[in-house]
Design a protein around this ligand. Structure first.
Ligand code: PRE
Length: 360
């Protein structure tokens, strides 16, 4: 699969003056709930209503979705409001039922994207349709697996494709339910700049107070759309209550978001930007030269260790460096996590250099 302008055709056809908004409850619960939310969303920027019909839950015993019955409610919501309808499919049975109920947008969840077998089956079941298929990132931070799933749909003849960034599982507790790892969707954009990219802030945040800032970051990174969980009574939602917002909050959020242009048009902006980028280029060059010099010293230490039969890893020294550098980092307004990650990478490279010296 190669990047091409046509990948955006389905999105361009909407002719929107704002990012695409897909909104709706985590789960369809009752017909009344679905219709109530649909009518409220109709007066917002929403193009498509989402609702989970089959819910993949981490543990058994939780609410697992209303099943096919909910598709009838979605169909009615579509008829009454004109909104498109979107749901998650996780097997071919779901696909058949969603097709039979005229669902417009099919998304593949993070737990499905990890399985090439299931993705292939779903892709084959959708073959020959003109449905929009959105592929969520896999639970693990693996861009190749994510793009591989997209490619399976592409090869199966589905041309209306997009991706949804919903964050990545981590064992460590962070402020997010799923870590955004922004670098991964940025890499994805570099490879497929025309593949529509949608943010799912609800699953990244896991809590509603982070939704706005996540959406703004996405727009600052040129995302094409947002999929936001929206409920008429979020606190009483049957699943993921903490991360859902009301349609009214959705309206406020979309009104307050600042949409950026991909490049500034004014001559002054371009001049100023060029000047600042030149400064960055100079500093980047200095950084890389400095790192090169540091590795030459690591090589020299490697030779010394070899002659004296001393181990590469020197924990005491390494911890001293880490401590000193995180303090220095803070003085320079550098986030501790960043400084640690940077120096861990430098240390690893230094060890790699010494390994080559000691065991050539
Ligand atoms: O000080 C050393 O012994 C080194 O080899 C240098 C260095 C480093 O890159 O700073 C590399 C490996 C050790 O674990 C500690 C520090």
């Amino acid at each position: 699969m190669e990047n091409k302008k046509e990948l955006r055709n389905w999105l361009n056809a909407f002719n929107l003056s704002h990012p695409l908004v897909i909104a709706g409850p985590c789960s369809a619960e009752t017909e009344e709930q679905v219709l109530n939310i649909a009518h409220q969303l109709k007066t917002t920027d929403t193009t498509a209503m989402r609702a989970g019909i089959w819910k993949p839950r981490t543990r058994p015993g939780n609410f697992e979705g209303v099943g096919a019955l909910g598709l009838k409610w979605l169909q009615r919501a579509k008829k009454e409001t004109g909104l498109m309808i979107a749901t998650e499919v996780a097997n071919t049975h779901h696909v058949d039922l969603a097709l039979a109920h005229d669902v417009d947008i099919f998304w593949v969840g993070a737990r499905t994207t990890v399985s090439p077998f299931i993705v292939q089956e779903i892709a084959d079941a959708l073959n020959g349709t003109d449905k929009i298929v959105l592929v969520k990132n896999p639970v693990n931070p693996d861009l190749a697996l994510w793009l591989g799933a997209v490619e399976r749909f592409y090869e199966a003849g589905i041309k209306n494709l997009g991706v949804i960034h919903r964050g990545f599982s981590t064992y460590e507790k962070t402020r997010y339910r799923n870590n955004p790892e922004w670098q991964i969707p940025i890499d994805l954009q570099n490879r497929f700049p025309d593949l529509p990219l949608i943010l799912d802030p609800s699953h990244i945040a896991g809590r509603r107070d982070l939704i706005f800032e996540l959406c703004q970051t996405a727009l600052d990174l040129n995302y094409d759309g947002l999929m936001i969980e929206t409920h008429c009574n979020p606190d009483k939602a049957w699943s993921d209550a903490a991360q859902q917002i009301t349609p009214e909050t959705l309206r406020i959020i979309t009104e307050e978001l600042r949409i950026r242009s991909t490049d500034g048009a004014s001559v002054n902006f371009k001049k100023e930007l060029q000047m600042l980028r030149t400064k960055i280029d100079i500093l980047d060059q200095r950084l890389i030269d400095t790192l090169g010099e540091r590795m030459k010293i690591a090589d020299a230490i490697g030779f010394l260790k070899k002659e004296n039969n001393v181990a590469i890893l020197q924990r005491k020294r390494w911890n001293e460096i880490l401590q000193r550098m995180t303090k220095e980092g803070e003085k320079n307004q550098l986030n501790e996590e960043f400084t640690l990650a940077l120096f861990k990478a430098i240390h690893q490279e230094s060890i790699n250099h010494q390994k080559k010296v000691i065991n050539p």
